[in-house]
Design a protein around this ligand. Structure first.
Ligand code: ATP
Length: 255
């Protein structure tokens, strides 16, 4: 099997006495969209932040494209495009300024970043807003700008944390096709989401985290076999994470 594009190896992250990610080993393989799912507080964002070099692991190692995220952060970052949840950006800067910054960080010339940035923003229906401050943008517009910044340098690995939130239906459909196309062209995608129907349709493999630990990782058929459920990813997820029936919970909540 070919070398993984990204690896977390026996990674643990503690905040004081609390272990947020416990002894996690996970590979992202070339050509795949890997889904990362789990209940609220399971440790998904903490895992993604460690993978992207934004949070140092307490123990274990993380690498992207063969480069240690802690020892060779610049080389690892050059292989990575990251769209964080909520896409925090510099409010006073325009998409063009963000794209130029990203371009410089990744060794593109300003002319290359300008041309490619304009092309991407045009396809994202934001060509006419490329010089406006992102602080004036809607959530979905910021999300699209963050996506353009992430894919501008054509990274080997795309990491997206809940990327569909805020996108309108056509934009969400386009993004799903982009993820699939990215992987089909030899890149890799780590995709974190609570939208299990989308994860089921887009991802080749799914990693299930619960209570800081990896419950299992595999294709939906593997997860079905492991859970003993023959149903949708949502049903498999409930079985694997021992989540209560939502209807019963809603009844209890309403009293
Ligand atoms: N900086 C921090 N300090 C203390 N605890 C933290 C910190 N960051 C995360 N945690 C804790 O780690 C656990 C995992 O959080 P994380 O954000 O990774 O979960 P998640 O799976 O992304 O959840 P959600 O689906 O709700 O976004 C939570 O209990 C959270 O309170």
């Amino acid at each position: 099997m070919s070398e993984p594009i990204a690896s977390l190896s026996t990674v643990t992250k503690s905040f004081g006495d609390f272990v947020a990610v416990d002894d996690l080993s996970l590979d992202v393989r070339p050509g795949e969209v890997l889904g990362l799912v789990g209940p609220n507080g399971a440790g998904k964002t903490t895992t993604v932040r460690m993978l992207c070099g934004l949070l140092p692991p307490t123990s274990g190692t993380v690498s992207i494209a063969g480069h240690s995220v802690t020892d060779e952060p610049m080389a690892a970052r050059r292989a990575l495009g990251y769209v964080p949840d909520g896409a925090p950006m510099y409010p006073n800067l325009s998409p063009r300024q963000h794209l130029m910054l990203v371009g410089r960080l990744h060794g593109l010339t300003d002319a290359e970043a300008k041309a490619e940035g304009e092309r991407l923003m045009g396809h994202l229906d934001l060509g006419d807003r490329i010089d406006d401050p992102v602080g004036t943008f809607s959530r979905g517009m910021r999300q699209k700008t963050a996506l353009a910044c992430a894919i501008l340098p054509r990274p080997t690995l795309l990491v997206l944390d809940e990327p569909l939130s805020g996108l309108d239906a056509p934009s969400a459909s386009m993004l799903k096709a982009v993820l699939r196309g990215w992987a089909d062209r030899g890149g890799a995608v780590l995709y974190t989401s609570h939208l299990l129907d989308v994860v089921e349709r887009v991802c080749d493999r799914v990693a299930v985290l619960a209570k800081s630990k990896l419950v299992t990782v595999g294709a939906l058929s593997d997860l079905r076999a492991k859970s003993g459920s023959d149903g949708t990813l949502e049903e498999v997820f409930r079985a694997l994470t021992a989540t209560e029936d939502p209807e019963a919970k809603a009844k209890a909540l309403l009293g």
